[in-house]
Structures are given as structure tokens and as C-alpha cells.
Design a protein around this ligand. Sequence first.
Ligand code: SF4
Length: 458
Amino acid sequence: MHSKVITTSIFDLFKVGPGPSSSHTIGPMKAAYDFLTEINHLPNTIFSTKLSIEIHLYGSLSATGKGHGTDRAIVAGLLGWKPDACDPVKFLKILKNPDEKYPVQFHEQLIEVNAEDFFFHKGKYDSPHANTMVLKLKEGENILLEHEYYSIGGGFIYRKGEKQQQANMPVPPYPYTTMKDLKAHLSREKITLTELMMANEMALTGVSKKEIEKRIDTILDFMHKAVKRGLKDKRILPGTIKLSRKAPLLYEKAKNLAITSDSFLIFLNAYCLAASEENAAGNIVVTAPTSGASGVIPGITYLIKNHFHYSPALMRDGMWAAAAVGFLVKHNASISGAEMGCMGEIGTASAMAAAMLTYCATKDINAMESAAEIGIEHHLGMTCDPIGGYVQIPCIERNAMGAVKSYNAFLLATSGNSSLQKISLDSVIKVMKATGKDMSKKYKETSEAGLALSATEC
Ligand code: SF4
């Protein structure tokens, strides 16, 4: 397993931004914004009429980047937009007219960028990461600045040669890389998971406890706004599939049913579909841990808030449990569909949600681990093959299925004796990594096989 300790912030895992894909939309927008900052660090004495910006996309970004709005996101980043402050309506208009030129500020000059500045290197998978992009500032044929970026899932990016900088991160008071480490701290220090995670977060970010709690509440609020919008919106989703939204129909049906196990499940399905459909529409969602999987945890938290009436403090406990599992998967395997297939996205989200439900209900760390392990175990090998490269089929229903599985994982882990669980969370994450490595590239966010070939787009 990866050896350096986990230094990810909860706010890097749960990020607000436009859909439909964290690795193909939010990550590229952040990379382009970084490139904009970098070019403006060059001397302001460079004046030329021959300046241009070239954008090269490789691997999964070149295969499904169009459907995921990667080009739009890169233009937005070059214009100085950040994901959490992005206006989704204006965002969807970018590059709608392929001839339109967008002015990128370079000191006192403007460099025009349009669709012709993009190069989709389809079929080239030999880059260091499945989602690779190269941005170049050129003067005629001379390259003035070039950066290679990797979008590693969940909106996380890093630049070529940058990983070493992690050595400068502050060391958290409770360093861990595995679930085993985490449990050892908890039993040695006699503290709760919430206390441990909060102490680490404060050390890593320098932010106060009160402010961190406020920000978690804001993240939950963004999640629930997406669910509420999605429960009402009946418009067809963007793209050539012309997919109808289902969430409002399910919601109406659940409301008209007597309170039974069926109505409970239909409510949960409706909440997850609602947030996922908002993501597919390119509206503002929260990566949890990715945009493709941004329906599972919002659906579950909406359920526990509105049906179980959990307090804000208990909801935050659940968010820490979900974050702990998300960090472990990100650190020791990957949350990227381009590396792990859908088990990396929906599988991780389902495990995070299972951990959340279990920790909120029991505060039992062993039961929480079992629930998360079950959540991953039953998503092993799940392919990523979105039709037409849109985060719609199978993605939207996958979120609902991931949430229902998380609920069952919670029941399985809490109804029996969790100490009888044979497989540890650390072991299943190792298996996940190995499985992702063995899976054919065709099943890792390229839309070159599976469901993506089984249906004709209409
Ligand atoms: S199939 Fe899964 S991993 Fe692939 S884009 Fe859809 S949600 Fe993401």
C-alpha cells in the first residue's frame, strides 16, 4: 500500500462544482485555472500578436471528454472561473457555438481560445495517468510554457513532477494510512472517530473547529439543494440520448404510497436520482467522492435528515465516517472511474454511505468498517461504460443502486456480529486496486465497450 500518511481535507473530498464529472469537468477546470495563474507569473514584458494556447487531451479525457464537458471546463478555467463559484447556466453556453472565441487574460493582453485549440488524442493511453492533459502557451511555434496535468478523480489534480511537494504538508496529530492504523489510534487514545478526524482536519487546514463544522453544514446544504431541485425538474437531460428525468415521478409515487418498505426505498431512489440528474444536467453538485457518484451520499443524507430526523451534529459524525472511508480508498486504490471503473466511483460512494449510516446509528467502529467493506466487496469489478460518454446511462441509476446497497450493507453489518466479518476494509481496498489494474481499459471511462456499445444513441 501507499506509505505516506493521509493528508486529504474533507473539503477536498466533498467539493462543490458543476456536473457532470469530477475528473473530466472539475479537475480540468482547476488545471486550466492553475495554468492561467502560471502564465501570468511569466514576465509581463512578453508582447506578441502570435500568442496562442493549445490544449491536448489524452486517455479517458480524449475518449469521453466531449460528453463530460472537458473542453467547456478548460475554457472556463482559462477565463478564471473556479468550480465552486461557477454559474451553471453560463457554463453550459461555453463552446456551444464552436466558432466563438474566448479571451484569456495574459497580463495586459488577451489571447483568444476556441474549439480549434483543442486536440483530442483518442486511443492514446500511454500517459502516466488515464486522465492526462497538456496545456501550452505558444508564440508562433515557440513554446513559452507547458504543463502536464493529471486529473486523478474526485476533482483532484496534480502537475507533472509535483507529487513530492506533499512532503511539505503538516503532519496530522493522528497519522494513518490504513483502517488498522485508524482503529489503533481510536483504541489507544480513547477518542471518537469524529474527534480524531476533526483534530487532523484542524492541523491540516489551520481552520477552527467551529468553522469546519459550519463548512460541513454548508456542504450538506449544497447536496440537499441538488436533491430538492432534482425532485422538481422534469426537463429532458442535455445530450443526444434525450434521457427523461425520473426523480420527480418516483417522488410523487412515494408520496402517494402508504408508509411501507417499498415507499421507503422509492423515496431513497428518488433522492439519489434527483441529485444524479442534476449532475447530468451540468448543474451544481457536490463530489461525493466524485461527480458521477454525487447522488449516493446526498440521497442518504437527505433521507436521514428528513425521515430519521438526525441532528446536524449526528449528520456531521456521518460525514466524518464517510470521509474516512473515502480517504482510505483514494489513498490506497483510487476513486477515478478511468483507473478503477465504476467500483472506484459508485463502489466507493456506496462504502462511504454504508459507513455513514452505521457510524450514525451505532458509533461502533468495527461495524462501520464491516459496512464499508461490504459496500466495496459487492461492487468489485463493476465497469464504467457510459453511453455516448454522457454521465447518464448507467450512471444515474447506479447512484440509486449504490445507495440501496449501502443501506443493505449497513443492515448486514449491524444485524449480526460484525466481528465475524472475515475480510477487512484494508484487504478489500487492496483487492479493488488489483482488480482495477487488471480491468481492460475499455471498461474504464472510455465508452469503448459494454453498455456504451449496446444502445444506439437517438
Ligand atoms: S459508469 Fe460509473 S464511473 Fe463511469 S461515468 Fe458513470 S458513474 Fe462514473
